[in-house]
Design a protein around this ligand. Structure first.
Ligand code: NAD
Ligand code: UDP
Ligand code: UDP
Length: 336
């Protein structure tokens, strides 16, 4: 027999909200790529106060420059694997390196961030009665045997491989979310994010879209990892941020896939980047890394039905926006 405990009584501190109309929102990992775009969007609402905690492993203050000093914004250098005491209403928990080269760099730390970091944010949510959203990943489906992937698929993940610190780390994070929900009545939301791209991605973080755009701009060959027929689906960051906010504000715990169902092979992506950015550039094939999923495409039926969300920006429209940002940062102007 299963009992779900009622949510905890709001703390007196949270009740102070009735005197101050503002919503206090914590964004962990808010100095990173998706996090900083989420902060931009949340800050547009004058009723929001935003607190970012970040250890700057892959993020930077530069991404939040426009908000530093703003009266509704605070930035705290903090590692989520350590206890955090704050009074907030909502927690967007993003802290975790997303690029394989960074999450493989210190795999034990990646596990601690996913497991201890998520546990701490849930402990915080429990203490103050906050709603918490976890940015999980399509990697929980591993090298999927079901295509496209819907949320009821349990995945095909190698528990002892070089990607496992990330994949299994996120799977435990999802388990923790649901156990805190069932055991302590915490309000949870889980987004399973599929490959996302856009301005502010780390230029040399090894991910395919950032690699190809940087290579095209620098006149270097586009490195397609073998076999090149593996597929991914790429979501532009503004669509992603909209989906995350809708999930947080909606009534459904998830997990819900958030991603763009447009599916491309890596060879097709290289051809598209060549056509849009640098028609002279060469495309070469190089060795791949172990456990690379062969295909990935989200089934977004649930997001459409439950959140009224679907992506708007097509790959062909998103790539030039990213090119513009990369050219500025690399200081390489457009050729005429
Ligand atoms: P990112 O690396 O740009 O951002 C992650 C941020 O978390 C960085 O600012 C980093 O400094 C911070 N961080 C890392 N470990 C931390 C720790 N222990 N304590 C405090 N801060 C820490 O990555 P992103 O692309 O913005 O991804 C954000 C979230 O979305 C991650 O949880 C990631 O797993 C998830 N996600 C991203 C994608 C994608 O395609 N970008 C796909 C699936 C899931
Ligand atoms: N925690 C935190 N901030 C809080 C409350 C808790 O960082 O405001 C951390 C706490 O250090 C603990 C974790 O969250 O390691 C889980 O907290 P919980 O209260 O659920 O578990 P317990 O402390 O009883 O193990
Ligand atoms: N990839 C590639 N060239 C690169 C970097 C990556 O062909 O320079 C391929 C990689 O083998 C994988 C896909 O692009 O099949 C997506 O890789 P990424 O690291 O961007 O994301 P993830 O594997 O996490 O989906």
């Amino acid at each position: 027999h299963v009992t779900t405990k009622p949510p905890p009584e709001p703390s007196p501190l949270r009740n102070a909200k009735f005197f101050q109309a503002n919503m206090r929102i914590l964004v962990t990992g808010g100095a990173g790529f998706i996090g900083s775009h989420l902060v931009d969007k949340l800050m547009q609402n004058e009723k929001n106060e935003v607190i970012v905690v970040d250890n700057y492993f892959t993020g930077s203050k530069e991404n939040l420059r426009q908000w530093i000093g703003h009266p509704r914004f605070e930035l705290i250098r903090h590692d989520v694997t350590e206890t955090l005491l704050l009074e907030v209403d909502q927690i967007y928990h993003l802290a975790c390196p997303a690029s394989p080269i960074f999450y493989k760099y210190n795999p034990v730390k990646t596990i601690k961030t996913n497991v201890i970091g998520t546990l701490n944010m849930l402990g915080l949510a429990k203490r103050v009665g906050a709603r918490i959203l976890l940015t999980s990943t399509s990697e929980v489906y591993g090298d999927p045997l079901v295509h496209p992937q819907n949320e009821s698929y349990w995945g095909n993940v190698n528990p002892i491989g070089v990607r496992s610190c990330y994949d299994e780390g996120k799977r435990v994070a999802e388990t923790l979310m649901f156990d805190y929900h069932r055991q302590h009545g915490i309000e949870i939301r889980i987004a399973r994010i599929f490959n996302t791209y856009g301005p502010r991605m780390n230029i040399d973080d090894g991910r395919v879209v950032s690699n190809f755009i940087a290579q095209a701009i620098r006149d270097e060959p586009l490195t397609v990892q073998l076999p090149g027929t593996q597929t991914r689906s790429f979501c532009y960051v503004s669509d992603m941020v909209d989906g995350l906010i809708r999930l947080m504000e909606g009534e459904h715990t998830g997990p819900i896939n958030i991603g763009n169902p447009g599916e491309f092979t890596m060879l097709e992506l290289a051809e598209t980047v060549k056509e849009l950015i640098n028609s002279e550039v060469k495309i070469i094939t190089v060795e791949n890394t172990p456990d690379d999923p062969r295909q990935r495409k989200p089934d977004i039926t649930k997001a459409k039905e439950l959140l009224g969300w679907e992506p708007k920006v097509k790959l062909r429209d998103g790539l030039p926006l990213m090119e513009e940002d990369f050219r500025k940062r690399l200081e390489i102007p457009m050729k005429n």
